[in-house]
Design a protein around this ligand. Structure first.
Ligand code: ZN
Length: 339
């Protein structure tokens, strides 16, 4: 099969790789319906996260089950399935508490690489969620978004306690931030402020439910948020970037007693004193997307939400390198790769 490999920072190649096979009895093999590039794939692409030698890329996926191992009993061949970037058993105590991305048996799907034609998914019964029937093709981008960016934005909104009557600030206008807006809207937030200086992203944020746009950043951005909230700060802040600056902006925009949901993989140390005196609840980490998949897949199936709109560039898999370049240069929010 063809699969994407990061040879070294900045160098993406589509290579012939062995077809995946069942390794563990709980595995499934899926044929991807489509795949995509994640903002977090840009960290190793840019050399910020050091990769050790050529690495298979991609951790977002949806597709048709081709084969299952002998221990798989819930998932069956022919089903259309979505899973998250951590395989999980969905039965351990951590999973049952809703933190499947910290499952005691978790396995990173990114190590397998889903920017490819086929993928082996470990712990298939716990990891994968099937639709009642194979969905129409036009819903595939939205299901693919559910695999990571929608689920991650949703977790951030839940972690930030977005809900009726709240003002929610979203730091980050990438796919996760934009879908954090969508999640906040669905969860009933009263006011949703996107911090963005890109016109096309501001527009999409408004269509997803943002009521206000703040282009300022850093201390200046925090000052504008304070003005908008009677000097108090927001009840809920979604942090969807992962830099020291964005995290401090998120904490600064939050009121004492408020909640910050952070899902950008934090790069850089945070100052303890500022954290201490912020008096905010901080909750985040790798999103337990699996917790939300059944609900999100239902909302997509009945066309209540259309998260696939974050894909503003569609390329064939053979042009994957251009997909990375477009996202790296911020010409694209998110690249869908067709098979
Ligand atoms: Zn588990």
């Amino acid at each position: 099969m063809r699969g994407t490999v990061l040879e070294r920072p900045g160098e993406i190649r589509l290579e012939q790789r062995p077809d995946p096979t069942i390794v563990e009895p709980s595995d499934a093999i899926i044929r991807l319906s489509a795949t995509c590039i994640c903002g977090s794939d840009l960290w190793p692409y840019r050399g910020v996260d050091a990769a050790t030698g050529p690495s298979p890329m991609g951790h977002e996926y949806c597709g048709i089950v081709e084969e299952v191992g002998p221990d798989v009993s819930i998932i069956s061949t022919g089903q259309f399935v979505v899973g998250s970037f951590f395989a999980s058993d969905n039965t351990c105590e951590i999973c049952r508490a809703g933190y499947q991305s910290s499952c005691i048996h978790r396995e990173p799907v990114g190590a397998i690489g889903t920017q490819a034609e086929y993928a082996r998914i470990p712990l298939a019964d716990g990891t994968l969620v099937a639709t009642p029937e194979v969905p129409p093709d036009d819903l595939v981008p939205s299901f693919l978004a559910a695999s990571d960016v929608l689920g991650t934005g949703w977790f951030a909104a839940v972690a930030a306690e977005a809900g009726p009557g709240t003002t929610v600030v979203v730091v980050g206008d990438g796919a996760v931030g934009l879908l954090g807006v969508m999640a906040a809207k669905q969860l009933g937030a009263e006011r949703i402020v996107i911090m963005s200086r890109h016109e096309s992203r501001q527009q999409l944020a408004r269509e997803f439910g943002a009521t206000d746009v703040v282009p300022e950043r850093g201390d200046e951005g925090v000052a504008v948020i304070k003005e908008l909230t009677d000097g108090l700060g927001a009840h809920s802040v979604i942090e969807a970037v992962g830099t020291r600056e964005s995290m401090l902006q998120a904490i600064g925009a939050c009121r004492p007693g408020g909640h910050v949901g952070y899902v950008g993989v934090t790069h850089g140390d945070l100052p303890g004193r500022e954290l201490f005196f912020s008096h905010t609840h901080l909750h985040g980490g790798p999103a337990p997307v699996r917790r939300f998949l059944p609900e999100l897949m239902e909302l997509i199936s009945n066309r209540t939400i259309d998260p696939g709109r974050v894909f503003d560039l569609t390329l064939p898999l053979e042009d994957v390198a251009e997909g990375y370049r477009a996202m790296d240069e911020r010409r694209a929010i998110k690249t869908l790769l067709c098979l």
